[in-house]
Design a protein around this ligand. Structure first.
Ligand code: SF4
Ligand code: SF4
Ligand code: SF4
Ligand code: FES
Length: 534
């Protein structure tokens, strides 16, 4: 057997690994073969026939599916011959025979593989003179997914996803011939933790997201590369916004991190930040609250911190940091704490313990690994929320600075926080633990700022600003730097690339990295002897 077969794709020779399909061999020569049912993350049933190409393997030219046929020594593949083109047209005509072509009201329009292939490989009018077969137009399959059965081309990608990736087996094809349609097994909903991925991989507008449906035409959206901050996996994502509102979060292919997938919870998390947003500073006194301009609130926090340090020393200030904040935010917070002698405590989101062997991690904090790298490299002593409660009970903490309100704290710790003389906070949106705060300064949501996270495997990725914001509301690292200056400390960060450069000098695992040069897919930081990471 020849281990590296050489074949010809449109007269161009290419040598590939044994077992490579003709589809991939063609891609290596820059030739694209159209597909529907093929997906790189799933098995290949070769059922749609869209990828038929003329292949002469020594017994004369035959039409064979490129997604399934393995490249062989001496094969002669023609992807642009009249026979191949005729096959592509015929397959498209067959698929479109009963297709409703209701593109103007179809959510998939603008990102539809059938639309694209029709214009690229067919563009012929329908010859059907009979009534098309009608099927259910709105069939709710689960909490997040709705099916338009008329648009389904029966590629079975969704069925294979539930069989092979989530292994939850909710979907099947029922009936025969042109009455075939996708449905759930009796008594089952399409309700797995990755159900929205079925809408992503559906090549047409048959499966759509109930949350995104009819919310926007995709060509009007602005798409930005981002990273999910809802667990320690850090899935690479696209965030789609329309008129500055987040409309959809979808997975961005990254083989090192999340392959092609992302979970429903991470993708829909943006909704929880849409209410209770702080756009001003808030000052509460004896039951009354007043608003402050953001810049005034930063100054108020700075002077509160300096007053406490003057009166009681740096250790009288406790600072509660969040392991979902970016490396830059945590680095500036840690540097501030070191310079001023504050006591540092780590809070964070609740860890519900659920994780699977697909993507979801039990740690619901995005950047615990990065945080631990930074604190370890800087030699910053820190404790957990129990140590914070103990310090409050001992009367050590006179002022507590809470960074981000999304901390899951035990009731006893919340009660302890209520006893602190001055509670001040830097947060983007309202949460119950901020009820105890006397002064709150606003900061940007994760969608309104850039930064980097390190995932549980040590992979660092950069996320980008996806939404505009009030320019007076600063990112956490910038707000902290401003607060420090207002309190009389020397902290001069005004550009995130400078923060990253300072961090790269101090944290060995970031050495040699530059903020502006981090690739879209991120890089795996070199494994050090001790990460201290969870
Ligand atoms: S699935 Fe594609 S071709 Fe069919 S109606 Fe929707 S946009 Fe049009
Ligand atoms: S619903 Fe979509 S993914 Fe599922 S079989 Fe039909 S076309 Fe394919
Ligand atoms: S697995 Fe984690 S990082 Fe990925 S989308 Fe879900 S919550 Fe976000
Ligand atoms: S993509 Fe090859 S048969 Fe469907």
């Amino acid at each position: 057997m020849i281990s590296m077969p050489t074949l010809k794709i449109n007269d161009q020779e290419v040598t590939v690994e044994q077992g490579t399909t003709v589809l991939k061999a063609a891609a290596e020569t820059g030739v694209e073969i159209p597909t529907f049912c093929y997906h790189p993350g799933l098995s290949a049933p070769a059922n749609c026939r869209m990828c038929l190409v003329e292949i002469d393997g020594g017994r004369g030219p035959q039409l064979m599916p490129a997604c399934y046929t393995q490249a062989g020594e001496g094969m002669d593949v023609k992807t642009d011959s009249p026979t191949t083109k005729d096959a592509q047209k015929s397959v498209l005509e067959f698929i479109l025979l009963n297709h409703p072509v209701d593109c103007p009201i179809c959510d998939q329009a603008g990102e539809c593989t059938l639309q694209d292939h029709y214009f690229d490989y067919s563009a012929q009018p329908s010859r059907l003179r009979h009534t098309k077969v009608h099927k259910p137009k709105v069939k709710v399959l689960g909490p997040n997914i709705v099916l338009d059965a008329e648009r389904c081309i029966l590629c079975t990608r969704c069925v294979r996803f539930c069989d092979e990736v989530t292994e939850t087996h909710e979907l099947r094809v029922t009936q025969r011939g042109d009455h075939s349609e996708i449905t759930t097994f009796p008594g089952l909903d399409l309700d797995n933790k990755y159900s929205l991925c079925t809408a992503d991989i559906c090549p047409v507008g048959a499966l759509t997201s109930r949350g995104f449906r009819f919310k926007a035409r995709v060509w009007n959206n602005k798409r930005t590369k981002s990273v999910c901050d809802q667990c320690a996996r850090n899935c690479s994502t696209f965030v789609d916004t329309l008129r500055n509102d987040v409309k959809r979060v979808s997975p961005r292919t990254n083989e090192e991190v999340n392959s092609w997938w992302a979970c429903d919870e991470g993708r829909t998390a943006f909704k929880k930040y849409q209410e209770g947003r702080y756009l001003k500073g808030v000052i509460s006194h004896e039951g009354t609250t007043n608003e402050l301009a953001p810049s005034d609130s930063y100054h108020r926090l700075g002077s509160q911190l300096s007053q406490t340090v003057e009166a009681h020393g740096g250790e009288a200030v406790g600072i509660l940091i969040h392991p979902s904040w970016s490396n830059e935010d945590i680095f500036v917070a840690a540097q501030f704490a070191m310079e001023a002698g504050f006591s540092l405590y780590v809070g964070g989101r609740a860890t519900d313990g659920y994780e699977d062997n697909i993507l979801i991690r039990g740690d619901k904090n995005a950047n615990r690994y990065g945080m631990n790298l930074i604190l370890e490299a800087m030699g910053v002593k820190h404790g957990g929320v129990d140590s914070l409660a103990a310090a409050i009970e001992a009367g050590t903490i006179r002022t507590l600075l809470i960074l981000d309100g999304e901390h899951a704290l035990p009731e006893s710790v919340i009660t302890s926080i209520g006893q602190v003389e001055k509670v001040i906070a830097l947060a983007a949106w309202q949460t119950p633990i901020l009820d105890a705060a006397h002064v709150i300064a606003p900061t940007r949501l994760v969608y309104e700022r850039g930064g980097t996270f390190v995932n549980f495997e040590g992979h660092i990725q950069r996320f980008h600003k996806t939404q505009m914001h009030d320019v007076n509301i600063l990112s956490p690292w910038h707000a902290l730097s401003t607060i420090a200056r207002a309190g009389g400390w020397d902290m001069q960060y005004d550009r995130i690339s400078d923060v990253f450069a300072g961090m790269a000098e101090m944290v060995p695992r970031f050495a040699g990295l530059a903020y502006q040069e981090l690739p879209d897919d991120g890089v795996t930081t070199v494994q050090a002897a001790s990460t201290g990471a969870v």
